[in-house]
Design a protein around this ligand. Structure first.
Ligand code: IPE
Ligand code: IPE
Ligand code: MG
Length: 248
């Protein structure tokens, strides 16, 4: 049975964020080195982006490399950066044909120059596409992002351009890397880890969380549809009572 048929077309999350975890363990289970798992993970990325187009998810944010991931062994970091460059250059045309718009969040200035170049080219190439916006979180961490936002706002106050009582939650939104995207309604993490690992702390304030034991390289369309169906079976109350929600 294709779980896609069980999805309610009228209640599709606009934005799904995913912590793609478990590549290393997947590789180990297959008797390979960690990098092999990262390569296999790219196939899951391709499928999930495609699935978003098919069911109508407009924004997909993928946590691909965290600020903390810079602390991994140099060989793994180097291999991940190479994989990123080669994947983007291989996939850009394909994404473009499917109407995907590429965007990136994170401290991209810290990425290798080759990586920055590929990213910018694919962002430019796909800038006018409207089917799905694919947001890669690269060298990203929420504490970094929030700290940068606070610095920008404080600088405006210091220059006298902004008064303290003009600082609102919306102003913080506007100073985040994610200012052009709606907040995710659903956050998925694979591989059985039940934590957020410095990902979108601000933006996930009212998101639904879905944790699965499935390792990222095994997370394909049917698993993704399961997560959407789980989301659709929840009642999102935003502080209200259940009665208020059902009377509406
Ligand atoms: C996720 O898989 C990919 C990145 C963090 C880049 P991991 O590499 O964290 O895989 P595990 O958690 O060690 O299995
Ligand atoms: C989180 O995965 C970051 C990405 C998926 C890019 P990690 O595997 O780095 O997370 P922790 O350190 O186990 O929490
Ligand atoms: Mg991990």
């Amino acid at each position: 049975m294709d779980l896609r048929d069980s999805i309610d077309k009228n209640n599709i999350p606009k934005h799904i964020a995913i912590i793609m975890d478990g590549n290393g363990r997947w590789a180990k289970q297959h008797g390979e080195d960690r990098i092999f798992g990262h390569h296999e993970g790219v196939n899951s990325v391709r499928e999930i982006v495609e699935a978003c187009g098919e069911v109508g998810v407009k924004y997909l944010t993928l946590y691909a490399f965290s600020t903390e991931n810079w602390n991994r062994p140099k060989e793994e970091v180097d291999a991940l950066m190479e994989l990123l460059v080669s994947t983007i250059s291989l996939e850009a045309q394909n994404l473009h044909k499917k109407g995907v718009r590429m965007q990136v969040i994170g401290d991209t200035a810290s990425l290798p120059a080759s990586c920055q170049k590929e990213l910018q080219e694919s962002i430019d190439l796909t800038a006018n596409n409207t089917t799905v916006t694919l947001i890669l979180a690269l060298s990203y961490s929420s504490k970094w992002e929030i700290t940068e936002a606070v610095k920008k706002i404080a600088a405006q106050v210091e220059k006298g351009e902004l008064k303290i009582n003009e600082i609102t939650s919306r102003l913080l939104d506007e100073n985040m890397n994610t200012k052009d995207f709606p907040d995710p309604e659903l956050m998925i993490r694979t591989s059985g880890e039940n934590r957020i690992s410095n990902f979108l702390l601000w933006q996930l304030a009212y998101a639904e969380f879905y944790f699965t034991e499935v390792l990222w390289p095994d997370f394909r369309k049917q698993e993704f549809y399961k997560a959407i169906i789980s989301y659709q079976n929840r009642e999102r109350r935003f502080g209200k009572t259940s009665e208020q929600i059902s009377n509406n």
